[in-house]
Design a protein. Structure first.
Length: 143
């Protein structure tokens, strides 16, 4: 798996009897990989360990914190960063598109439409009465 595998568990860190932190560890990546968009590479040995501590802010339940620690042989010591996320305030449902580029992903997006690649390699619709993709830029062959 390019993205590795993750194992998580809930923890009650303040001892009040309620789970308040999600602890996640991810291993088993396949390279080449980078730390972030800067392009700084992780070590080629694919032995990286990424630990996350995810929790809501105690003073503001609309803020989620994700403390990410990377242990990698390309580093002299573990590297930690905290990412903070704000809950969007809206009376309507909020939908967002997420791309997951995982190994063996059979989902295809063409022109804003989602399709599925079948086991025999054919493009399939994902919903009833879905229009076929626009093929004008593909070389047409006849049998």
């Amino acid at each position: 798996m390019f993205a590795g595998y993750s194992i998580g568990r809930w923890a009650d860190e303040d001892g009040d009897g309620q789970y308040d932190v999600l602890l996640v560890e991810t291993r088993g990546f396949k390279g080449p990989r980078n730390y972030d968009v800067s392009g700084t590479p992780l070590h080629r040995d694919n032995q990286s360990i990424i630990s996350e501590r995810i929790y809501l802010d105690k003073n503001d339940s609309n803020t989620l914190h994700d403390e990410i620690t990377i242990i990698d042989h390309a580093l002299t010591r573990p590297w930690t960063v905290t990412k903070n996320y704000r809950r969007a305030q809206s009376k309507q449902a909020i939908w967002w598109h997420e791309d997951i580029c995982a190994e063996a992903n059979v989902h295809v997006d063409i022109g804003g439409q989602a399709y599925f690649l079948s086991a025999d390699g054919l493009l399939m619709p994902t919903k009833k009465d879905q229009p076929p993709p626009d093929l004008r830029y593909f070389k047409q062959t006849r049998k």
